[in-house]
Design a protein around this ligand. Structure first.
Ligand SMILES: [Zn+2]
Length: 59
């Protein structure tokens, strides 16, 4: 995925930056704990399509 595009993508709920997980091919919102899927290089920024994630560890 395009790096510039990744940097400009924000969460539709909280408007914060999303972190791209290249392994899972998901865009992660660390504030809402949601993972948005990326299909064929196109991020699906729809909250009903997002997956709830659990983050019990911090870096
Ligand atoms: Zn968010």
């Amino acid at each position: 995925m395009d790096n510039y595009l990744l940097k400009t993508i924000t969460c539709p709920i909280c408007n914060n930056k999303l972190n791209y997980d290249s392994n899972l091919k998901e865009l992660i919102c660390n504030i809402d704990f949601l993972a948005y899927p990326v299909k064929n290089g196109i991020p699906i920024l729809i909250d009903t399509k997002a997956r709830k994630i659990l983050t019990d560890h911090k870096e």
